[in-house]
Write a protein that binds this ligand. Structure first.
Ligand SMILES: [Zn+2]
Length: 259
């Protein structure tokens, strides 16, 4: 196997293994439990999972989506999160190639996946992820792209824009439209990706949100509005920006400079 092939398979397996850990985070962070101990247990019967029950995707398939001990159903979310994490890891490897920037970008992708799932289920973007995320993005940017200055401007633009939109909406409607979690999440995206890709994220998330909003109006299913909180759009847009943001910026700049 070539070195690139070996790296590809390593990233793929790493994605599956980390995806398994992200499941633990998604399950435990909202209820403020430790993500390290105790080991995973069946929520129905308390059976402690062994290594054989913990192999990403494979265990779920072999057990038919049921607990080995009590046969209670295991959420399909587990293998889905593992496969999505694998896919996002592989895509980043293919787009960025084997370079140091892959490390912060994979960490960033993990945060986006966890925030997406927690916001979807609990309408919550925990500070315990977003605040250390801002610091981590800033520290990585000292030595890696986008660079410290772009990272700091990204934090200010990301946090500031959503804070202003939230303020304006509150003054206008008297309702809380934008949670503080969204503000901190886009600040974190700014810290990791820099100011240009923060603007890309903001635009993409707005377009996604507007499309879903239109869908809600057309289908007259008003409950969808509450089913999909803004953090889920930010997570999707942040992942897109991490992968294709530079290409989008290059296309946009070319669009306006070529006569
Ligand atoms: Zn069980």
């Amino acid at each position: 196997m070539s070195i690139d092939g070996f790296l590809f398979v390593s990233v793929l397996l790493l994605g599956l293994a980390i995806g398994s850990f992200l499941n633990v985070c998604i399950h435990r962070v909202p209820s403020q439990m430790s993500v390290v101990s105790p080991g995973s247990r069946c929520p129905s019967c308390g059976y402690g999972l062994t290594w054989a029950d913990n192999i990403p995707v494979v265990s779920y398939a072999l057990l038919g989506g049921k607990c080995r001990s009590c046969r209670a159903g295991i959420s399909i979310r587990y293998p889905i999160v593992e496969l999505i994490t694998m896919g996002v890891f592989v895509l980043h490897f293919l787009v960025l190639g084997p370079q140091p920037l892959l490390v912060p970008r994979l960490l960033f992708a993990c945060a986006m996946i966890v925030l997406f799932a927690i916001d979807l289920e609990h309408h919550l973007l925990p500070n315990v992820i977003t605040l250390p995320g801002i610091v981590a993005g800033l520290l990585f940017s000292v030595v890696l792209p986008p660079g410290l200055v772009s990272s700091i401007i990204g934090i200010l633009i990301g946090g500031g824009s959503l804070w202003l939109i939230g303020e304006a909406y509150y003054r206008y409607s008297g309702q809380e439209g934008m949670g503080g979690g969204d503000v901190k999440m886009l600040a974190m995206i700014g810290a990791f990706l820099g100011w240009k890709l923060t603007i890309v994220t903001l635009v993409l998330s707005s377009v996604l949100g507007a499309l879903v909003g239109l869908l809600v109006i057309v289908s007259r299913r008003g409950d969808l509005k509450y089913a999909l909180p803004y953090g889920t759009f930010l997570a999707l847009a942040g992942l897109c920006a991490s992968l294709y943001g530079d290409a989008i910026v290059a296309w946009y700049v070319g669009f306006y400079t070529v006569p």
